[in-house]
Design a protein around this ligand. Structure first.
Ligand SMILES: [Zn+2]
Length: 182
């Protein structure tokens, strides 16, 4: 059995790495760009960021918040989103243990982080996120009271999941006349 502190540390580091990827999603999805290729670049000078300058939170601190090449400031949002990823990764594992359930919850929260920042920047919730997100997260059931997320037995043990699911139905926003389709 792994010590819980070790699991917590791994969860935080993993979450922060995902947070780094979320920054890529927040920046590229509204532009219709690939989130996979090319690798991370400085948004100002377009220089590809080497792996040693792409360590979540730590690289920002070591570089004093500036790009190594152009020396222009890096937005504080980047390490902030990485920190959010780390903290929510930690919270997911702390709440559900190192389980599939924790993974599903974390992916759900990560999706909401991306949606939140894109909405703040562009006033849209891209269909590229909301439509697949709906089918993935809500087909499995999302029940806050019995915590049987992603489990078919949710349908038998709790009815609250239905109203909760309706409350978070992101795509209804689009069906009612919605926002941009990117
Ligand atoms: Zn730069």
């Amino acid at each position: 059995m792994l010590p819980s502190l070790f699991i917590d540390i791994v969860a935080f580091i993993f979450g922060a790495c995902i947070g780094s990827f979320l920054n890529v999603c927040i920046y590229r999805i509204p532009e219709g760009l690939s989130i996979v290729y090319p690798g991370s670049r400085c948004p100002r000078c377009e220089t590809i960021i080497p792996f040693y300058d792409n360590i979540p939170i730590i690289s920002y601190l070591l570089l004093a918040g500036k790009c190594r090449t152009c020396h222009l400031p890096i937005a504080l949002r980047y390490p902030f989103v990485e920190l959010l990823g780390g903290l929510f990764g930690l919270a997911s594992v702390h709440t559900f243990g190192p389980t599939v359930q924790a993974g599903v919850v974390f992916v759900f929260i990560a999706t909401l982080i991306v949606v939140t920042f894109i909405d703040l920047d562009h006033r849209i919730i891209p269909d590229r996120i909301s439509l697949p997100g709906n089918s993935v997260f809500f087909s499995g059931g999302l029940c806050p009271s019995c915590h049987c997320l992603a489990s078919p037995r949710h349908r038998h043990c709790c009815r609250r999941g239905d109203s909760f699911r309706r409350g978070l139905d992101l795509s209804s926003h689009h069906r009612k006349g919605g926002h941009g389709r990117r």
